[in-house]
Design a protein around this ligand. Structure first.
Ligand code: INI
Length: 164
């Protein structure tokens, strides 16, 4: 498992673009309200990391959707506005007693992957936790394994600032 080797909040600060550049960029975050005790911690991690690197709080659009399955629609809407340097999706899907988990995970994973393959307005970052237990999610939402939201923000900044 990846987090065995990497803390989600660890990154090389020196590899980030200067705050001066980021202060002129707009970012969007789509966050699912399912398992909000987790996803709001991811939101804090993503938002704070963007601001820490120079993005102005007023240049960060946050959109709430009911569940992870709805993240694709929100991300598509936001991406096609062609206003944001990147869109970050944040969600938390936890294994239950039925195959519903697999369908939600599959839906959002495929949806975000498809968005990245089929549009060039901006990158869409996958900040969705898919875990077997609530504890595994807690550990990745500001716990012992860091914060997936922080990783999402760092990824968004890096993707948005690649010189092609
Ligand atoms: N949505 C989540 O974000 N996390 C979950 O763990 C979850 N579970 O377990 O069912 C979940 N389901 C709701 C789903 O994302 C949609 O909102 C729903 O199916 C309506 O489209």
């Amino acid at each position: 498992m990846a987090t065995k080797y990497k803390n989600l909040s660890d990154y090389d600060v020196n590899s980030m673009p200067p705050a001066q550049i980021l202060s002129n960029q707009h970012y969007a975050i789509a966050v699912a309200d399912w398992n909000s005790e987790i996803t709001y911690a991811l939101l804090d991690g993503a938002f704070d990391t963007l601001v820490q690197h120079g993005v102005k709080p007023e240049n960060i659009k946050v959109v709430h959707v009911p569940g992870a399955f709805e993240l694709t629609f929100a991300a598509q809407k936001l991406a096609y506005l062609s206003k944001y340097s990147a869109v970050i999706t944040l969600g938390c899907v936890i294994q239950g007693d039925t195959p519903h988990f697999d369908y939600v995970c599959q839906g959002v994973t495929y949806g975000v992957a498809k968005l990245n393959a089929n549009q060039e307005c901006c990158p869409v970052v996958f900040g969705v936790l898919t875990t077997d237990t609530m504890q595994q999610s807690i550990d990745r939402a500001g716990g012992v394994h860091g914060n997936k939201g922080t990783e999402g923000a760092v990824t968004a900044i890096k993707m948005a600032n690649i010189v092609w």
